[in-house]
Design a protein around this ligand. Structure first.
Ligand code: TYM
Length: 341
């Protein structure tokens, strides 16, 4: 029996942070034994906002090395670079032509980013979710493990597959029943870590694009910097850490991070920190973060130093991804009626 498919990806923009790890990559690791897993570095998405050409390739390798350092095993998963499999761009075009413009204009992430960029906003940024749909649909993914902020993009991918391709273009079998062209994927958003918030504002998401470096912990931050960022993290005047108090978003966020990073879980963490002042709690959280990231950083240093091996992993991944993606692209081309090559 074939195993269900998984596909996910992270953009190689800046350095990856705790949100990317806890919301996404960490959840990929456990799926490798039970699922057929595909993880790509989505470099085409990274150029939807202004980027530095001199850094793109290195950031792509860094991101791939971080996948492996976090526990993605190239013997069990297909790890590849999105731009190296041309089917992503090609399917994106085919999907563009059936996706209503107003579906894209109502995407929350587009609206947020477009406000920041004013009239410099690119067509690529608007089209970002269609490229993401292409990434997913090319691999007939059953499951897409992502953080909470990607939920709307996943719904769009489902709508494109179901309403715009399958409903209109599915060929019929001998009994007149439609044979779906594309698999309709499900999101996998785990409760814990799905929405890691900024260290400087517990009501906004931890994000790579926040100009304040102190708002996030990057996976490659040295221990002293992690400790410093946590020491400076926003607090409130109340004694004792707790979950679920809407008046105390920083408490909810930092206690949540402690629960995951210490490995203690929410119940034990809440009991341990219920009567604790911030001054006692922060060093505990800093230590948990440093210890959780230590093995990731050690493995990363080894992997990143061996460029040839890393490139070989990506080459092998590219070949496997290309085989699967070309097949699904052909299916869509046929369904849309193109002249066969
Ligand atoms: P990116 O690079 O912005 O984010 C990568 C992953 O990290 C998750 N994430 C978070 N999770 C919890 N708390 C946060 N503060 C936080 N910030 C980010 C995101 O939800 C995401 O899972 N569009 C995607 C990249 C992409 C993709 C795909 C994902 C392109 N094609 C196909 C899945 C399938 C994105 O947000 O990248």
């Amino acid at each position: 029996m074939t195993r269900p498919r998984v596909l996910s990806g992270v953009q190689p923009t800046g350095s990856l942070h705790l949100g990317n790890w806890l919301g996404a990559i960490r959840n990929w690791v456990g799926l490798q034994d039970s699922h057929d897993t595909f993880f790509c570095v989505v470099d085409l998405h990274a150029i939807t906002v202004p980027h530095e050409p001199g850094r793109l390739a290195e950031d792509t390798l860094t991101t791939a090395a971080l996948y492996l350092a976090c526990g993605i095993d190239p013997a069990r998963s297909t790890v590849f670079v999105q731009s190296q499999v041309s089917a992503h761009s090609e399917l994106c075009w085919l999907l563009n032509c059936v996706t209503p413009l107003n579906w894209l204009e109502r995407m929350i992430q587009f609206k947020e980013k477009a406000i920041k960029q004013g009239d410099q906003v690119s067509v690529g940024l608007l089209d970002y979710p269609v490229l993401m749909a292409a990434d997913i649909l090319l691999y007939d993914a059953d499951l897409v493990p992502v953080g909470e902020d990607q939920k709307q993009h996943l719904e769009l991918a489902r709508d494109i597959a179901q309403q715009r391709i399958n409903a209109r273009f599915s060929p019929k079998d001998a009994h007149g029943e439609p044979i779906p062209v594309l698999k309709v994927p499900e999101p996998l958003i785990l409760k814990e870590g799905a929405r890691v918030m900024s260290l400087t504002d517990g009501s906004s998401k931890m994000s790579k694009s926040d100009p304040n470096e102190g708002s996030r912990i990057n996976l490659l931050d040295p221990p002293e910097l992690i400790t410093k960022k946590i020491k400076r993290a926003k607090t409130d005047p109340t004694m004792g850490l707790e979950f679920g108090n809407p008046e105390r978003p920083e408490s909810d966020n930092l206690l949540g991070l402690y629960a995951i990073l210490s490995g203690k879980g929410r119940e034990a963490a809440a009991a341990e920190c219920a009567g604790m002042g911030w001054g006692t709690f922060k060093p505990l959280l800093a230590e948990a973060a440093v210890e959780a990231l230590r093995p990731v950083q050690q493995r990363y240093a080894e992997l990143r130093a061996d460029r040839a091996t890393l490139e070989a992993v990506l080459q092998q991944g590219r070949e496997r991804a290309d085989t699967v993606a070309s097949e699904s692209l052909q299916r869509v081309r046929d369904a849309l009626g193109f002249l066969p090559a």
